[in-house]
Design a protein around this ligand. Structure first.
Ligand SMILES: C[S@@+](CC[C@H](N)C(=O)[O-])C[C@H]1O[C@@H](n2cnc3c(N)ncnc32)[C@H](O)[C@@H]1O
Length: 349
């Protein structure tokens, strides 16, 4: 009898797990809608009724109440008085006007740019190819090239996503011993700025496409390091810029397949001095999935599969990639938990 009850309770819990997963997409869209409609900006640091939000955001009052309740159930708002809502610490991150805002991330993760290929995950699992290319007729970064407004949101979103790593990276590695740090695919410069602020000696360079660099001037100026950084527009499949002694790649290698990564790294190998270093900053997958592993890393891996054709990698994968491009892996330094990133250092072989 007791065993039967335990089995029934376990089945109920298992059903709950599956059901929550099936509703996950609605949570993404609720967050995206709230940000796009300006709901969190309207609520700000105060309390608001659904009617007040609807009046200022130009939305339907009852539908707004339903959205606010869903956001409260998801932990982004509380309802201290019936019908009155207030942002939690997580909800406050979705305002557009705070320094630690994640609103651009919410926009891009709920935008068709990201979601359309995810709808076709099964196609990518069948073929091993990114569904994105078949849907949009071009690859992800090629598409962004033709969409300057979306590209701006993407660059800002990447900067917002990098902010947590940027708090931990500067103290996790001896950046001060390098003369010039080149951030390859460095985007808006959020990470390089944090490193240079913490280490006054090195100079920096961001090497990215013209559209990838579009927000960098403003970010570097806001961080007070613009006079120590040069911006170099280019294509890392064609060449890497000479002049650096540390080449940094954060969240770049996982965007590409092994052959493409080897191509990027070989270009760096051609210009890096003998005593220079490569520093790849990405999560490192364990060989088997452990119960304590953060599922986000594996979901990110699927995101790479469907949207860009890249992947998250194990230590052995990184060793192979380095070897293909003439580098030897010299060290792995994980950032403090829960930050999933690892500093993967390699030297020219
Ligand atoms: C996922 S984002 C990472 C940005 C930044 N490193 C970070 O972690 O926030 C990838 C970056 O690679 C850049 N990129 C893509 N294709 C490139 C290419 N062919 N040459 C140079 N940069 C490229 C993009 O513009 C973008 O800034």
């Amino acid at each position: 009898m007791e065993a039967n009850q335990e089995r029934a309770a376990a089945t109920r819990a298992a059903r709950g797990t599956v059901t929550r997963l099936l509703f996950g997409q609605l949570a993404t869209y609720a967050v995206g809608a709230a940000v796009r409609l300006g709901v969190l900006d309207r609520i700000g640091t105060g309390t608001c009724t659904a009617d007040e939000v609807a009046a200022d955001c130009g939305t339907h009052p009852q539908a707004t109440l339903r959205l606010l309740r869903a956001l409260a159930a998801l932990g982004l708002l509380t309802e201290p008085e019936p019908g009155t809502f207030e942002a939690t610490a997580a909800g406050a991150l979705l305002r557009s006007d705070t320094p630690d805002s994640m609103s651009a991330l919410a926009r891009i993760f709920s935008d068709p740019l990201m979601t359309r290929a995810r709808e076709r995950t099964e196609d990518s699992v069948r073929s091993g190819e990114p569904a994105f290319d078949a849907i949009f007729g071009t690859d992800f970064f090629g598409h962004l090239k033709n969409e300057p407004e979306l590209s701006q949101v993407f660059n800002t979103a990447m900067g917002q996503g990098t902010r947590i790593a940027a708090e931990d990276v500067p103290a996790a590695y001896d950046f001060g011993r390098f003369g010039t740090i080149v951030d390859v695919g460095g985007g808006d410069g959020t990470l390089l700025a944090a490193i240079l602020r913490a280490h006054p000696a090195p100079r920096g360079m961001i090497y990215d496409t013209a559209e990838g660099l579009a927000q960098a001037d403003a970010r570097l100026a806001a961080e007070g390091v613009a006079d120590r950084v040069t911006l170099e527009a280019g294509d890392f499949f064609t060449a890497a810029p000479a002049g650096g002694d540390l080449y940094l790649l954060k969240s770049v290698i996982h965007d590409w397949n092994d052959d493409q990564c080897a191509q990027i790294l070989r270009h760096i190998r051609q210009v890096i001095p003998a005593d220079g270093r490569l520093l790849v900053i990405e999560p490192v997958l364990t060989d088997t999935v452990r119960p304590e592993t953060e599922p986000l890393i594996y979901l990110s891996d699927l995101n790479m599969l469907v949207n860009v054709g890249g992947r998250e990698r194990t230590r052995a994968d990184f060793e192979d990639l380095c070897a293909k491009a003439g580098f030897t892996l010299t060290g792995l330094t994980p950032l403090p938990a829960p930050d999933p990133f690892v500093l993967i250092e390699a030297a020219p072989s």
